[in-house]
Every structure is written in structure tokens, then in C-alpha cells.
Design a protein around this ligand. Structure first.
Ligand SMILES: [Zn+2]
Length: 120
């Protein structure tokens, strides 16, 4: 058996959930910027890409981005949403289903972006 097959079997046996549990308990470590608007952080063996807190953002946007960052770093949002592993065939996706009115949700953040824009 090749090393690649062993790796796929190992991932299919709950490895993703173990990585997520370990990351949820680990302290975050800042790694580097990712372009003008994002940062890369590390939690245990998991990398997390976060939107930056950019100077000049409207207060409403800044609060929403801050909430999103805290949710992404802790695995739990103020609205009660938590990280969930969604399996799709051989791949797994980490997701968080926020309440509809949660400012950290994709829909609210996109609406705020459309309303206020992002500083140049
Ligand atoms: Zn939320």
C-alpha cells in the first residue's frame, strides 16, 4: 500500500474531527499577512485565514469583522454557532452556520461591504 492510500484512510477515520478539537483548544498564533485584507493564523495544526481589522473601516464593519475573527479563532460565535465538519465524499469542510442576523455571517458581512465598501 502506498503512503498516499494510508493517508486517505487515516483522514477518513475521524482525523479531521480530532484536528478540529485540538485546534479549538489551542491558543492562536499569528503567522503572516495574506494580501491587503487577510491574515494567516495557526491553531495547533490548523491554519485559519482571517479578515484584517483595517484602519478606516466603518465602526459597524469593524465590529462585524472583529466578531468574525473571534468566531474563527475560538470555534464559537457570540450567536451560538460552532465549527462543524461537513463531509463531502473524500473531502471535509469546516463550516460555521451563524444565525441569520449575526454580524459575523457571510450574508451580513457582504451586505456591510456593499453598504460601506472597504478602504483603499
Ligand atoms: Zn455568529
Amino acid at each position: 500500500m502506498s503512503a498516499g492510500r494510508k493517508q486517505r484512510r487515516h483522514i477518513g477515520a475521524g482525523c479531521v474531527e480530532a484536528v478540529v478539537r485540538e485546534a479549538a483548544a489551542a491558543p492562536p498564533t499569528y503567522l503572516r499577512p495574506l494580501g491587503a485584507y487577510y491574515e494567516v493564523w495557526k491553531k495547533a495544526s490548523m491554519l485559519v485565514v482571517l479578515p484584517k481589522l483595517i484602519e478606516g473601516l466603518a465602526p459597524e464593519v469593524l465590529n462585524a469583522v472583529d466578531r468574525r475573527r473571534r468566531a474563527s479563532l475560538t470555534g464559537t460565535c457570540d450567536c451560538g454557532a460552532r465549527w462543524r465538519v461537513i463531509r463531502k465524499g473524500r473531502t471535509a469542510q469546516l463550516t460555521m452556520h451563524h444565525q441569520v442576523d449575526c454580524s459575523a455571517s457571510d450574508a451580513v458581512l457582504v451586505g456591510l461591504h456593499n453598504k460601506h465598501g472597504w478602504p483603499a
